[in-house]
Write a protein that binds this ligand. Structure first.
Ligand code: MRU
Length: 347
């Protein structure tokens, strides 16, 4: 396997390492991932995260295992276990299905490694295509609100929603960004703020509850978010809090766009209500955990609900910004996801 590197993942001399995203921004610790158990634990702990990134890390680990000499049955078992590691994001499932098909090849070792490499390379190209299409929508001086982290940390390339923002910045559009901190795990406050600062893009960090009043004050021109899975009818699942932003954006007449590659589209999933939503640990809501340790403020036994994602219905979305272009509601209602580029992945 050839060496490969992006912001939060590195393959060098046949070994996979990941940037520990649970420690950012205060620490930049890399850790080696040599086996399936380590990667599944890292996915559960959000040490690696973002729908495309999880898929690529899993695919490259399978390739590493193949090159380490694992037999056909062991590789098949690794693919099946990784496929189930995070239930909402569909990218992981598409990637593992592609590897399972490669495993049927007579020369399966070569086929699996080449498929994993192609998934990495494709993701970078998909990010660039989304960025081009999305940036064309953005006017000079826009103030864009985003949620969670959808940048280089979440993909092999420049990102989805954050990739669009980055491209608009590179085009000198003088944009600025409202960054939702994104409770409970604070991907906005920890990761997006770090990425934007690194890129030199003007931003202001806000708590999630502030979005409504900045919209009412006329200080938000557009909302751009990523997706963990887009259903065939255009509904999509993304980080908890996305749905409330879409409701707010519609009320305030602010364009709301979802930015995602074809690997996030699940044409076999009819509507958002069919997307499984991952439920996470109570401790994430009772307090916070980070590089500085744990701080819990709620009663230790406080009853908690903690769905990691919510579903935004198509009726609230103005733009679906995919690698194949920008689609509006009429096009989505006409079934663009059924016969767009996404069909290649889902077929
Ligand atoms: O739980 P996370 O941090 O993996 O959630 C990430 C998101 O919700 C992103 O918006 C989504 O994966 C798309 S990122 C390109």
């Amino acid at each position: 396997m050839k060496d490969r590197e992006c912001l939060a993942l590195c393959v060098r001399d046949g070994r996979l390492s990941l940037l520990d995203q649970s420690r950012l921004p205060h620490r930049q610790d890399w850790f080696a991932v040599d086996d399936v158990n380590t990667l599944i634990a890292a996915i559960h702990a959000l040490q690696t995260r973002g729908a495309p990134m999880i898929a690529i890390a899993a695919a490259l680990l399978v390739a590493v295992r193949v090159e380490a000499g694992d037999d056909h049955a062991a590789v098949g078992e690794a693919i099946a276990r990784l496929r189930a590691a995070r239930p909402t994001a569909v990218n992981l499932m598409h990637a593992m299905d592609a590897l399972a098909r490669a495993l049927e090849d007579d020369d399966w070792r070569t086929a699996v490694v080449e498929t994993a490499e192609a998934l990495f390379d494709d993701d970078r190209a998909l990010c660039d295509a989304m960025a081009e299409h999305g940036a064309a929508l953005i006017s000079s001086g826009e103030r864009i609100l985003t949620h969670c982290n959808t940048g280089g940390l979440a993909t092999a390339g420049i990102g989805t929603a954050l990739g669009v923002i980055r491209r608009a910045h590179e085009q000198d559009k003088n944009i600025s960004v409202w960054v939702d901190e994104t409770r409970p795990l604070l991907q906005g406050g920890r990761l997006t703020a770090w990425e934007l600062a690194t890129l030199g893009i003007d931003y202001r960090l806000i708590t999630d509850s502030m979005a409504a009043s900045f919209m009412a004050a006329g200080e938000v021109d557009r909302v751009l978010v990523g997706a963990d899975r887009i259903a065939a009818n255009g509904d999509f699942a993304n980080k908890i809090g996305t749905y409330s932003l879409a409701v707010l954006a519609q009320y305030h007449d602010i364009p709301f766009g979802v930015v995602a590659p074809r690997t996030s589209v699940d044409a076999g999933c009819a509507r958002g209500a069919d997307i499984p939503i991952e439920q996470r640990a109570a401790a994430e809501v009772r307090g916070v955990t980070g590089a500085a340790g744990e701080l819990a403020w709620a009663p230790a036994d406080a009853a908690v609900a903690n769905p990691a994602f919510d579903v935004t219905p198509a009726a609230l979305i103005d733009h679906w910004i995919l690698d194949s272009g920008v689609f509006d509601r009429l096009e989505v209602e006409a079934g663009v996801f059924q016969f767009g580029g996404a069909a290649v992945i889902n077929g």
